[in-house]
Design a protein around this ligand. Structure first.
Ligand SMILES: NC(=O)c1ccc[n+]([C@@H]2O[C@H](COP(=O)([O-])OP(=O)(O)OC[C@H]3O[C@@H](n4cnc5c(N)ncnc54)[C@H](OP(=O)(O)O)[C@@H]3O)[C@@H](O)[C@H]2O)c1
Length: 293
């Protein structure tokens, strides 16, 4: 029997690449990067669905430049809100399942407790607002839809906090990192595996949260990157890593002070809790080293 096909949009991004590396047995991931399929082009989306005969779409395409979104509002909204709406309408028309990925930045961070899927969203910036509009369009479309919110995504591909830290730690002898914003890092590989499992779970429907396990500040995250990079030989000399308040590192976009996600609903459905973020970081750094050598 031939494999069932599932379209991956945004295939050249961090999650898109990891989805291709983790496709489950019996499934053929059909990757479309931005050049091959622009999710804001309804005709192209329809054509991709019809020609592949895909059973589902996983949307890993997004506008992820959080600060640039503040001054590039139209583009952010087109990719993060209009694009998912187009995908969802097309999926609804064809009876195709859609898994759409969203963000912890839909929350304002005022809570002291991990956010549950049904907690009230109140984004602080354009990126979070555009992602929330995308979620809402997907959920209102009538498609068989799953929305997975995640946060602080990193991988060996593309640009992310881990790779920026490794570069700065190699260039400088001292760096400062924000300590009063707390969330949970997420290795894109584990997120990809969870996206596959949810896509293939017949009962999955609505909003789910996924990140690695635990919580930390950006400063804690940087300290862990530093220690593991030294241990694994990705960094040859120790540098001073010092905590600063977010107020000392002004950015165009406001970020939530607390964006830990409650993953109970996902864990209950899938039957696994995910690995602690430090363990995932070690695995990713080992993966980075192995692919660099
Ligand atoms: N990165 C994070 O820390 C983070 C945190 C929370 C949630 N998320 C969410 O997780 C998902 C995956 O993020 P990621 O880190 O893998 O993002 P990423 O690395 O920035 O990848 C996004 C991909 O989407 C592509 N894309 C942009 N506009 C498109 C369009 N109109 N049509 C098709 N493709 C388009 C991009 O291509 P170009 O590079 O050519 O623009 C890029 O390859 C997104 O939904 C994101 O919002 C990410």
């Amino acid at each position: 029997m031939s494999n069932e096909r599932i379209i991956v949009c945004g295939a050249d991004g961090q999650l898109g690449r990891e989805l291709q590396l983790t496709q489950p047995p019996g499934i053929e991931a059909v990757p479309f990067n931005r050049q091959a399929l622009d999710i804001t082009d309804a005709t192209a989306v329809e054509l991709a669905l019809v020609t592949t005969g895909a059973r589902a779409i996983i949307n890993a395409a997004a506008y992820t430049a959080v600060d640039r979104a503040e001054s590039d509002t139209e583009t952010a909204r087109a990719i993060n809100a209009t694009g998912p709406a187009i995908l969802a309408d097309c999926c609804a028309a064809h009876g195709t399942r859609l898994l759409h990925v969203s963000t912890d930045f839909v929350f304002d961070g005022a809570s002291g407790q991990a956010y549950r899927p049904d907690d009230e969203a109140n984004p602080l910036g354009v990126y979070g607002a555009s992602k929330l509009a995308g979620e809402q369009a997907v959920l209102a479309s009538g498609a068989d839809a799953i929305v997975v919110r995640t946060g602080w995504v990193y991988s060996r591909h593309g640009g992310n906090f881990v790779k920026t830290m490794l570069r700065l730690m190699a260039e400088r002898d001292r760096l400062t990192v924000v300590e009063d914003q707390v969330g949970t890092p997420t290795w894109a590989r584990g997120l990809a595996q969870t996206c596959w499992t949810l896509t293939l779970a017949p009962k999955a429907h609505g909003v789910y949260h996924w990140s690695d396990a635990g919580a930390c500040s950006w400063y804690d995250f940087a300290l862990a990157i530093h220690a593991l990079a030294l241990e694994l030989g990705l960094l040859s000399t120790a540098v001073a890593v010092e905590p600063i308040p977010a107020a000392d590192y002004p950015t165009p976009a406001k970020r939530p002070a607390f964006s830990v996600l409650d993953k109970q609903r996902t864990r209950a459905l899938l039957g696994y809790a995910g690995l602690p973020w430090r363990e995932q970081l070690r695995l990713m750094l080992a993966d980075l080293k192995a692919t660099q050598d």
